[in-house]
Design a protein around this ligand. Structure first.
Ligand SMILES: Cc1cc2nc3c(=O)[nH]c(=O)nc-3n(C[C@H](O)[C@H](O)[C@H](O)COP(=O)(O)OP(=O)(O)OC[C@H]3O[C@@H](n4cnc5c(N)ncnc54)[C@H](O)[C@@H]3O)c2cc1C
Length: 438
């Protein structure tokens, strides 16, 4: 049984408009990747973005970079996204430390407790793959936008203000402020936090405000980073030191909101001193590159993430603490699963907006999303809590993981987004369907 491919737009049955298989609201890194995946599977896509695709967004401005899991990079390769070569720094080792780094040599033992896992912990089936890649968000977005622009099957509506969302039994879509309507069999919310799709259709989020901001800055330093990422857990919040191409590192410093904003307002010399006090001799002498900004942090997970003819992906579904650098990776795993579910549905003539199709998507992703969101929350609380006994427990926990190969393997594969039942794209396979070939 097929579903109607051309139908009147839901709000004005007298003026049939083009109807897409899927309408995506939000052209961030997640929405753009979903558009490419669906296009590869032969689905027609309407992509609505409030800004300009080439413009700066909240996620690309202010010195932001992402640790992209190796399976995600594999997915972008399968989707033909080029232009990342030479701009992606492999991450080969992740070192987790409780406390500041010592001010001595960077190879000196760090105190009081630490653990480490490496790309070797991924196992022989992933031989040679790094744990992940550090890439500037603006580089990722530029590469995705170039790919989207080259696809005639993706209709882009940019600088487009969504006035209202609409839905009936056969379609869902967006009414734009200029009067146009963009409708499809399925409407996907990829607009990041505060999703209009979630709000309009009552997909409620559970979660809480962390009362913290993340400050992101890029440093150019004299000492090589050797492809090692550091996560330092301090009582006030974690600091990540993430290797970038060249002798550069991205610092993501999470602190109580007022303190983080005060740090962001410091001059370079004062902020440099604050950072050096915590990262010790790790980077040698350094100076700042680019701009800096802070982002408020909250945990928010929409439950359920789907409804009749609507679905959420990325931060629209789940906004998580950046301590493990997994927010974007989680969103791109949603993309790989949703695209495969929709490709399978249309390959046998099913409606992409049907309840059974969306149920399969939720079953595939819910456990990973919930366990990672809550897992990060738990780690954050465990390291923030004071008390000698808890401190000893944390140190014992780090030592146990450090010594246990299976635990290190799990951490390495989680960082690489290679755990669980992987969708084809994350295994590096294309998503071609008979529809795409037609
Ligand atoms: C400091 C920091 C560091 C991080 N580091 C990492 C990391 O190392 N690794 C990692 O995996 N994750 C990381 N994250 C998380 C990651 O940045 C986010 O999960 C990711 O950007 C979410 O992408 P998205 O496309 O879902 O949403 P967004 O990036 O928020 O994009 C949403 C898009 O939708 C558009 N939009 C919004 N509303 C509308 C509307 N009504 N109509 C049309 N368009 C709309 C916006 O303009 C934007 O282009 C980090 C987060 C922070 C704060």
């Amino acid at each position: 049984m097929g579903y109607p491919r051309t139908m009147p737009t839901p709000h004005d049955p007298r003026s049939p408009g083009p109807v897409h298989d899927v309408v995506i609201l939000g052209g961030g890194m997640v929405g753009l990747t979903l558009a490419l995946a669906l296009d590869q599977a032969g689905l027609s896509v309407g992509l609505v973005e409030s800004g300009r695709l080439e413009g700066e967004s909240a996620a690309t401005g202010g010195g932001r970079a992402s640790m992209v899991a190796f399976a995600v990079r594999r997915m972008w390769e399968a989707l033909g996204v080029g232009g990342l070569e030479g701009q992606a720094q492999p991450v080969r080792r992740i070192q987790v430390t409780e406390g500041r780094l010592s001010s001595g040599a960077r190879s000196a033992p760090v105190a009081p407790a630490s653990m480490m896992f490496t790309d070797a912990d991924l196992g022989s089936d992933e031989a040679g793959a790094p744990l992940g890649w550090m890439i500037e968000n603006r580089v990722i977005r530029d590469a995705l936008v170039r790919s989207v622009r080259a696809k005639p099957g993706i209709a882009v509506f940019e600088e487009a203000t969504a006035r209202a969302l609409m839905r009936d039994g056969t379609a869902a879509g967006v009414q734009l402020a200029d009067g146009r309507e963009v409708a499809g069999a399925l409407l996907v919310g990829a607009e990041g936090r505060r999703s209009m799709v979630a709000e309009t259709f009552g997909l409620r989020a559970v979660g809480w405000d962390y009362g913290q901001d993340a400050l992101a800055v890029t440093l150019v330093h004299e000492t090589p980073h050797d492809a090692v990422a550091h996560q330092l857990f301090l009582p006030s919040g974690p600091i990540a030191v993430l290797p970038m191409t060249g002798n550069r590192s991205n610092i993501v410093w999470t602190h109580r909101r007022a303190a983080a904003r005060a740090l962001a307002g410091m001059d370079d010399a004062d902020l440099g001193r604050e950072i050096a006090e915590r990262v010790g001799g790790l980077l040698g002498r350094f100076h700042f590159e680019g701009t800096r900004a802070t982002w408020p942090l909250a945990l928010a997970v929409a439950d359920p993430p789907v409804g009749p003819r609507i679905a959420l992906v990325g931060d629209s579904w789940h906004s998580v603490h950046p301590l493990a650098g997994q927010g974007l990776n989680l969103g791109l795993k949603d993309v790989a699963a949703l695209a495969e579910v929709l490709a399978d549905a249309v390959a046998v003539g099913l409606d992409p907006g049907a309840e059974a199709t969306l149920d399969r998507y939720v079953r595939w992703r819910r456990f990973d999303v919930t366990s990672q969101a809550l897992g990060m929350d738990l780690i954050l609380r465990a390291f923030a809590a004071g008390g000698t006994r808890l401190g000893l427990l944390r140190q014992a926990g780090l030592a146990v993981i450090d010594a246990a190969a299976p635990a290190r393997r799990l951490l390495a594969r989680t960082a690489g987004a290679a755990t669980g039942d992987l969708p084809r794209l994350l295994r590096g396979e294309r998503l071609d369907t008979p529809r795409a070939a037609a």
